[in-house]
Design a protein around this ligand. Structure first.
Ligand code: PLP
Length: 751
């Protein structure tokens, strides 16, 4: 493989017609003659800006000579040294290993302070050795650096793919050759490129090791990632955290076991409950009237509170073993609420066998002190006495993993360790026997990228960008003043003027009014700044509607039409994330697009002008003004008091009629029927019922419909018929046209 990692030379004389210029050009020439690209910069001003290049270079060569040191006066020398020191510091903040060389004619190491010298790989004294000799030395160091970059599996995969040997094993496209035999196949091949296809191999290739048995280079990479993430074991998973969750669950839960689950959990956890035949008792998170899900109050974690829930549940109450097998919580909710894990561990003691944190949105937390104790497993974190801790993380959501890249982290207890051999039976139960090797490689690389100091710098950058975005939004707000409207970013009232601020700035306190979660325990939770929930005008934190409003659904459709895709949209809120892929360009475009929206809204421009694609699909809105449309939808929300309806439905008492697995069995055996939503009160759902927004499951199979939930479903029907194109999707609902009218049904258990 030929990679492009140029040698970067920074020398004021690089293009000068003098002795020093010709010296450095001779060296560059000698390096190039060995096949290494050289890029020369002549500006010594703002040296630290070049530090950004550390991720694409193979080494740096910096001149320190008279030109760089100006007149040579003490002040100018100090200034040049300060530049140099800053550069070295900036490079080393991200990259501990890239070689840095200094060279000069008149200056020597004597002129350079120790704190700089110790970060260097050499000092080249021009004209003492031949350019050829110096070039070889530099190339050796650059090569050594590049050779050590790739982690074990990725390295082996590159070797294999570039080896060019013929293979008889699957996949059938034989390193991409099959695609070349047809025009559309050619197109596919050219689009994805040779390497992607050559690296798409099957698990018959011995030299790459086996994901399913965790052997060879795969195992080395998993061990490497375990070291980087500070856990006892780490397993790569190529089918997403949906699968990681099922693997963890199936390894410890059997039919009839009691499990304790965050009611605000991902559907894969509910699928796990169904698949294992467990009896769930739920921990209830708080909610505010924006529809933002808050923390589960700390009191819910006390063993006494859990025991009480078990006694209140008709199935759990009669279980043979009352000790819960597992407790799963969503660590980082969609809106970025985190729990203090050490407090949870202390509260629970040894009352639960296995603690599982669904950290789909939190793989970055290990790498920055800001998150200390606010994630499941990491450096200097005490072991529980008897409880094994699992964390499942979607590498692809916030780190640099391909879609479906995920990992399971394990921390052993003092008195109990994971038996990896047994655990793997569950791993196998949920794995494809043909894992995608590009995904394994991306798990490997994503972990290697996070190795400190680089990983810490990346997380720090995301945090800073996220906070700068909040500051930028506040500045716009301040400029519009009190008489005009602007979008708010949900979060603490006080933003630090500069930098990240302290942890306390982001902590949820009982007395704070910004979060709207009531009198929760101070310090138990923080808000992860990298998730920014943007609030649109029209609804306040108490669930009261203003005269005028801008439903988030319209803003997010508007943004989509302008090339900005939103992850999740609520009633009057939507959220964006600052992943390690974020750039200043991206979030600044968000600010400007929102300004554009405001402008179009204030002028009430017609939909055909501001959202032409949408208006074409939904001609009924073509001539409606943007502000008028917002107002129409707002009025309907307001009339139905939908914020309260939604909050109440999630907090309403839902009766359990059968276990989720029993309800599922009814479905498998077709002992269910499709009933209109007007006639389902008291009936038992056979389906998961999940409204989007917010995408949090509302009902689990086996639960009875209550009046509050039916109200909401009826509202959804009315809303969808009034505003086509803005439909609220409720997964589990069946929409069917009966005699020209759209009717809503749900599959319930036969009585
Ligand atoms: C996305 C998500 C998952 C599932 O992760 P995938 O990698 O998409 O399978 C699990 N839990 C939570 C909380 C999630 O947000």
């Amino acid at each position: 493989m030929n990679f492009r990692f140029p040698v970067i030379v920074i020398d004021e004389d690089f293009r000068s017609e003098n002795i020093s210029g010709s010296g450095i050009r001779d060296l560059a020439q000698a390096i190039s003659s060995h096949g290494f690209e050289v890029v020369g910069y002549t500006s010594y001003v703002d040296l630290s800006a070049f530090a950004q290049q550390a991720s694409r270079a193979s080494c740096f060569i910096l001149s320190i000579d008279d030109e760089e040191f100006g007149s040579g006066s003490a002040a100018e020398v100090d200034k040049a040294l300060a530049e140099l020191r800053n550069f070295v510091k900036e490079v080393r903040k991200r990259n501990a290993d890239i070689p840095i060389f200094l060279y000069g004619e008149t200056r020597t190491t004597r002129h350079v302070p120790n704190d700089i010298l110790r970060e260097l790989h050499g000092f080249i004294h021009m004209f003492e050795d031949t350019p050829e000799f110096v070039a070889k030395h530099i190339i050796r160091e650059a090569k050594k650096y590049l050779d050590a970059l790739a982690p074990p599996f990725f390295n082996a995969l590159m070797d294999y793919a570039s080896d060019g040997s013929y293979s008889w094993h699957c996949p059938g496209h034989s390193g991409g050759v099959a695609f070349l035999k047809s025009p559309v196949g050619q197109m596919f091949h050219q689009f994805f490129g040779e390497n992607m296809l050559r690296a798409d191999v099957c698990n018959a290739v011995d030299e790459l090791g086996q994901l399913l048995d965790h052997t060879g280079p795969v195992a080395e990479s998993e061990a490497n990632a375990a070291r980087i993430f500070n856990c006892d074991h780490l397993f790569f998973v190529t089918n997403g955290t949906s699968t990681s969750n099922k693997m963890v669950w199936h390894s410890v839960v059997a039919p009839g076991d009691i499990v304790v689950v965050d009611r605000n959990c991902h559907k894969s956890i509910l699928h796990s409950i169904i698949m294992t035949g467990a009896i769930p008792v739920f921990l209830m998170p708080t909610r505010n009237h924006y529809g933002i899900i808050g923390p589960i109050p700390k009191s819910e974690f006390s063993p006494a509170a859990i025991a009480k829930k078990i006694e209140a549940n008709p199935f759990a109450r009669n279980a043979k073993n009352k000790k819960p097998r597992i407790l799963t919580i969503t660590q980082s909710t969609y809106d970025g609420i985190l729990y203090n894990v050490e407090e949870i561990k202390q509260e629970l003691g040894s009352t639960i066998d296995t603690l599982h944190f669904d950290e789909a949105w939190l793989p970055h937390a290990s790498f920055h002190d800001f998150y200390h104790n606010m994630h499941a497993i990491g450096k200097d974190r005490p072991r529980s006495e008897d409880t094994v801790v699992f964390a499942t993380q979607s590498t692809h959501k916030l780190l640099a993993g391909l879609s479906q890249a995920s990992q399971i982290l394990v921390q052993n207890a003092q008195n109990r360790s994971l038996d990896t051999h047994r655990f793997n039976e569950s791993y196998l139960m949920h794995s494809s026997t043909s894992p995608q090797y590009a995904i394994i490689a991306s798990c490997d690389v994503a972990a290697a990228m996070m190795e400190p100091p680089g990983g810490t710098a990346l997380v720090e950058e995301s945090l800073m960008e996220a906070i700068d975005f909040r500051r930028a939004m506040r500045k716009v707000d301040a400029e519009f003043g009190d008489d005009d409207w602007w979008f708010k970013v949900w979060g603490p009232d006080e933003l630090p003027d500069e930098g990240l601020g302290t942890r306390d700035n982001w902590t949820l306190h009982a007395k704070d009014s910004w979060h709207g979660f009531g009198a929760i325990e101070s310090g138990f939770n923080i808000l992860d700044p990298i998730k920014a929930t943007i609030i649109t005008p029209g609804l306040n934190l108490h669930g009261q509607f203003d005269e005028q409003g801008i439903p988030a659904a319209i803003v997010s459709k508007y943004l989509a039409e302008h090339g900005i895709i939103i992850e999740k949209t609520g009633l009057y809120s939507f959220f964006i994330m600052f992943t390690i892929g974020i750039t200043k360009g991206r979030w600044n475009s968000m600010v400007t697009e929102l300004q554009q929206f405001k402008d179009d809204y204030d002028q009430n421009l017609p939909m055909w002008r501001v959202m032409p694609e949408f208006a074409k699909k939904q001609p009924r809105y073509e001539k409606v003004g943007l502000r008028d449309l917002c107002q129409q939808i707002h009025n309907m929300y307001r009339k139905s008091d939908v914020a309260k309806v939604t909050t109440e439905m999630y907090l309403s008492t839902i009766e359990t009629a059968m276990t989720p697995a029993d309800a599922w069995a009814k479905m498998a055996h077709r002992e269910i029927e499709r009933v209109s939503i007007d006639e389902i009160e008291g009936r038992v759902t056979a389906m998961l019922v999940t409204p989007y927004p917010p995408g949090i499951p509302l009902m689990v199979p086996g639960e009875r419909f209550n009046k509050t939930i039916i109200n909401y479903l009826q509202f959804t029907r009315a809303f969808n018929s009034a505003f086509p194109g803005f439909e609220t999707d409720v997964h589990g609902l069946v929409r069917e046209a009966v005699d020209g009218e759209v009717k809503y049904f749900i599959d319930v258990v036969k009585e």
